[in-house]
Ligand binder design. Sequence first.
Ligand code: AP5
Ligand code: MG
Length: 217
Amino acid sequence: MRLVLVGPPGAGKGTQAEFIAEHFRVPKISTGDIFRANVSGGTELGQRAKRFMDAGDLVPDVVTNAMVRDRLAQPDATDGFLLDGFPRNVAQAGELDGILDEIGSTLSVVLDLDVDHDEVVRRLSGRRTCKNCGHVWHVEFDPPASENACDKCGGELYHRDDDSPETVRHRLEIYAQQTAPLVQFYDNRSQLVAINALGTVEDVTERAIDALTPFAD
Ligand code: AP5
Ligand code: MG
């Protein structure tokens, strides 16, 4: 299964990626998570990405594409992968086509998580992310037992810097300008499957797995 997840900020890509990747036994590759790990690790890549992420802008394609190319060359991605957050514009989709072409492969499917604007804002304002394992919680919709600790690993929970209301607004504009055309691009190629991403996390996971199963090898 070579799968791409798309959807606006806060649609639940990271949340669903964890369950979908586990179900289809493929590695979850989240470009946002890789960038954040590099920012907190103070690497050169993190330093190059940070100001774009803080502003809610896309990190330049040249930086992102090189990072994804390296990650997809790792042995665990040979037999399949789930990409969360890449591609995010039509140029990145071209890069992904090129990478897959080189290894004689193609994408299985692109899953679009469909949610409305108000729900996205509600989801992002209450999000808490684990510093250690990256699991995503929500203070109201999926609360951890204790306010500041991850139930899964005990790690510290934090509120992402780019979840301030102004930055969220900008990220949604960037989505509309750059990523929405990508959704259309995959639809035109008949590679897109969209699901309604409203409802409980479990309901959405079930819908996602049902929609994706026909594309599994
Ligand atoms: P990234 O980390 O990918 O952020 P994003 O696309 O804005 O998406 P989010 O992670 O905010 O939302 P999500 O859809 O994963 O939702 P989640 O599951 O957390 O990217 C961050 C930045 O990195 C970008 O702005 C850019 O700068 C850079 N970047 C990354 N990729 C790039 C690329 N390809 N090119 C260039 N730059 C790139 O859920 C949100 C909340 O909702 C959580 O609290 C969760 O618990 C809750 N929730 C989830 N599902 C449900 C449900 N069904 N019901 C109720 N609550 C729910
Ligand atoms: Mg995410």
